[in-house]
Structures are given as structure tokens and as C-alpha cells.
Design a protein around this ligand. Structure first.
Ligand code: PLP
Length: 442
């Protein structure tokens, strides 16, 4: 029973958590996000930013997946968030893992997860990473070009190869097919080369792009996969695996395609092109779907600058022109685009600040009261580094805040901590876990 197995003791004994992260048993007892935030804020002695992560959300997302796309087994894309707590819970639920490098593979194997639950889903692999994977019995891997086929033949001769095809990802925020995926006019030649070399091609994969805004993108991609299955069959291959990649949205995303619509399109297209009677093993590589919504980031306002409404230019001074009636504020926080907010740059994420502590008072548990605060000011929110590109929110209208106050950013579990740097000496934020089980949702 996975719901019962992630107690404080288990998490501690498996060294997923430090004592410090188990602030007042936040993970042990059912708690709302508000309670978890309060616990950490009350007990933390520093101003350091921190994440709170709801482990219940991992279970809920898994249930949602199974309910909507039961034919497709998820292989969680480790790159999106390699948090060992998340990975261990997903492993306990039976998912596989999409790894893209030696160290991602090592992380999964070190957690005791079997190599046959890994797909090495990088079509252009460094030789040393490929040799490592193969030596550890990770033999399911993608390719999309003939040089990779020669490399695989030499270093991983009995690998189970998966041909990744390009997709029309013009409606996705992160267009992965600009870099990876065999164009459709090359797939026949690639399969012919594989046949000649004796590479064991077992399946086809694709990725519709991350942050996909088109819920029909999978329909076209699946029909491309069907074409390649047919080409392979003509050449004497007997393909048994279809990998439909990632690109599934988080439930908290405000824009873009809805998961339920995407799932409905996938199910009906699979039934047409890859009916269950064919016995094809169908997998996927979701990343953000499993990790984004559980994590919220609390950041401290470390500095503030009031931008005067006084005239700025000589002409304005001469003509006594005021820029606006009100001052505006620049807030400096202790996470930025070189840290966990790198998703703004690399993942095109739009982030929304919510007020957690205002003028020293915890206000998050009363959003109604917050929304009644009428006096709002033009504000911008900046990361901690010395760089002016380090802007988290360029323009927002919020009540006035003060140094020492806290903001919260939700839906920040994907491509955030995993790509955070320590530029300028700023450490990445710690994660505190809680379990919202039994919490009443309003
Ligand atoms: N698989 C591959 C090969 C990827 O490159 C990515 C993301 O870049 C993913 C899966 C995960 O994508 P997403 O987080 O959009 O589900």
C-alpha cells in the first residue's frame, strides 16, 4: 500500500529527508499547504527561500494518469525534477524512468530500481555514457540518425533501439524537434541502415514538445509513428514498443492544452492505429505532469526600492509632469532566474506571485481578505544576483510589501531546482515535504 509506506520513519531511514526537512513532523501528519508553510516559517531561523512539496500530489497525479490513459505506462522524465522523494514514490507506484545521461541512470539504479525500468531517451549519447548504460543492463535506448546507429552497434551491440521521429511541434513552447527526431523522409533509410548493421530496432518514439498548446498534436505524431511501424514491418522488423514521449501539462497550468483533452485524443487515435489486439507495449515520458503542481516556492523579500513618481526627464521637470500619481516598487528576492526560476528562461514559464507574509503577518490563509486590499502598486520582482536579466516578474500590481515579507509561487516543481545554478554564490532552495491527505479542499 503506497499510501501507507511513506511515513516519516521510512523517508528518514532511506535518507530522502534530513531531520531539518521534517519540521515538526510536517510530512508525517496530514497538513494543508498553508499549515506546512506556517510550520516552516515559524521554525526556520533564516530568511532562506524554500519549497514545500505535497507528496499526496504525486499519488494523485499517478491516479489521474491511470484513469485517463490506462494503456500507456509512464516513464517519468528524471530531468524535469530528480528529487529522490518523488522518484521513490513514483517507483513504488510502478512507473518506469526516462533518463538522459549517465548520472541520471546512476541515480535511478542507486535507488535500487531495476535497469529494465529505464529508457535511455537521448538520441545523441556521449560514448562513455552509452557504455556505462549498457554495462549496467540499460539496453532500451533511442536514436534518430545513422551515426548514432554505428555508435550503438559498436558500444551496445544488443541494445533494443527505438527510432525517435520528429513531430510538428510548432504549437509547443519548447520545440524539441528543432534538435531531435528523424525527419519522416529519413526514417526508411535509417531502418535500412539498422537492418544492414544488425541493430535490433524494437520501437518508435516521439516528443510533441514541452508546453504543448495543441491538444491534437498527438494525433499527427501517432500517425507518423504508424507510418514508421509499417516501414519497419516491410523491412522485416517486428516492432513491439511505442513511446509517445512527454509534453503533458500540469493541472495547475493556466494556459495551454488540457490533459483530459489530450488523453481523449490519444486514446481514440491509439485504438484506431495501435489497437490492443496488436499487443504493442505503449509507454510515455511525462515530466512536468508528475512534478510541477506539487511544489511551491516561498521566497523572502530581502530588499526593496521605491521608484519615485517624481518627474524623470528634464522636459518632465520643466513641464512639471509626474509619471504617475503613485510610487512603484522594486522588490529583490532570494531566488531568481539563475536559480529555481530558470524555468522562466528555459521553459518559458510564467510565474504568479501570491502574498504569504505581508508587513510581518502571515496572510496566506485568508485570500479573501487579501483580495479586498484595494491599494495596489505597480511592482517588479527581481532575483538576488547582480545581473539585470535576473527579473522574475517584470510588472504586477500588488499591495505594498516590506523587507522580510514572503511571497509564494505555485506550480514550480518542473525544470526549476533541476537546472538551478549557484551563480553569484546563491544556494538553491531546500524542499520541505508535507502530506495533504485528508485535507479538505475548498
Ligand atoms: N522526454 C524527452 C526526450 C524530453 O526531452 C523531455 C523534456 O525535455 C521529456 C521527455 C519531458 O517532457 P515534459 O516535461 O514536457 O513532459
Amino acid at each position: 500500500n503506497p499510501n501507507a509506506s511513506f511515513t516519516k520513519d521510512v523517508l528518514l531511514s532511506q535518507k530522502f529527508l534530513t531531520q531539518q526537512q521534517l519540521i515538526q513532523g510536517a510530512v508525517l501528519h496530514p497538513a494543508s499547504m498553508e499549515q506546512a508553510l506556517k510550520l516552516v516559517l515559524d521554525s526556520a531561523e533564516t530568511e532562506d527561500s524554500f519549497f514545500v512539496a505535497d507528496i499526496r500530489d504525486f499519488f494523485n497525479q499517478f491516479d489521474t494518469w491511470v484513469k485517463h490513459i490506462p494503456r500507456v505506462k509512464p516513464f517519468f522524465a528524471v530531468k524535469s525534477n530528480p528529487d529522490p522523494v518523488l522518484i521513490s514514490i513514483l517507483a513504488s507506484l510502478g512507473t518506469g524512468f526516462d533518463c538522459a545521461s549517465k548520472s541520471e541512470i546512476k541515480q535511478i539504479l542507486d535507488l535500487g530500481i531495476s535497469p529494465d525500468r529505464i529508457i535511455y531517451a537521448h538520441p545523441c549519447k556521449p560514448s562513455s555514457h552509452l557504455s556505462y548504460a549498457y554495462s549496467k543492463n540499460v539496453d532500451l535506448m533511442t536514436f534518430d540518425n545513422s551515426d548514432e546507429l554505428y555508435k550503438m552497434k559498436k558500444l551496445a551491440p544488443n541494445a533494443r533501439a527505438v527510432l525517435r521521429v520528429s513531430t510538428d511541434d510548432s504549437n509547443s513552447l519548447c520545440r524539441l524537434s528543432l534538435k531531435f527526431g528523424a525527419p519522416m523522409d529519413t526514417t526508411h533509410d535509417l531502418l535500412t541502415t539498422a537492418k544492414k548493421l544488425g541493430v535490433n530496432v524494437v520501437g518508435v518514439s516521439f516528443h510533441v514538445g514541452s508546453g504543448c498548446h495543441d491538444d491534437s498534436a498527438f494525433i499527427d505524431a501517432l500517425s507518423r509513428a504508424r507510418t514508421v511501424f509499417d516501414q519497419a514491418e516491410d523491412l522485416g522488423f517486428n516492432l513491439s514498443l511505442l513511446d509517445i514521449g512527454g509534453g503533458f501539462p500540469s493541472p495547475k497550468e493556466k494556459q495551454g492544452a488540457k490533459f483530459s483533452n489530450i488523453a481523449a485524443n490519444i486514446n481514440s487515435t491509439l485504438d484506431k492505429l495501435f489497437p490492443p489486439s496488436l499487443g504493442i507495449n505503449i509507454i510515455s515520458e511525462p515530466g512536468r505532469f508528475f512534478c510541477s503542481s506539487a511544489y511551491s516556492l516561498a521566497v523572502n523579500i530581502t530588499s526593496k526600492r521605491t521608484v519615485s513618481s517624481a518627474p524623470q526627464t528634464l522636459t518632465e521637470v520643466k513641464n512639471d509632469i509626474k509619471n504617475s500619481e503613485e510610487p512603484s516598487f522594486m522588490y529583490y528576492i532570494n531566488e531568481g532566474v539563475y536559480g529555481s526560476f530558470n524555468c522562466i528562461m528555459f521553459d518559458h514559464q510564467i510565474v504568479y506571485p501570491e502574498i504569504l507574509v505581508n508587513d510581518g503577518e502571515f496572510v496566506y490563509d485568508n485570500p479573501c481578505e487579501q483580495s479586498q486590499i484595494e491599494k495596489r502598486f505597480e511592482s517588479s520582482i527581481w532575483g538576488p544576483t547582480c545581473d539585470s536579466i535576473d527579473c522574475v516578474v517584470a510588472n504586477t500590481k500588488i499591495p505594498e510589501l516590506f523587507v522580510g515579507d514572503w511571497l509564494l509561487f505555485q506550480n514550480l516543481g518542473a525544470y526549476s531546482r533541476s537546472a538551478a545554478s549557484k551563480f553569484n554564490g546563491f544556494e538553491s532552495s531546500t524542499v520541505f515535504y508535507y502530506d495533504s491527505q485528508q485535507t479538505k479542499k475548498c
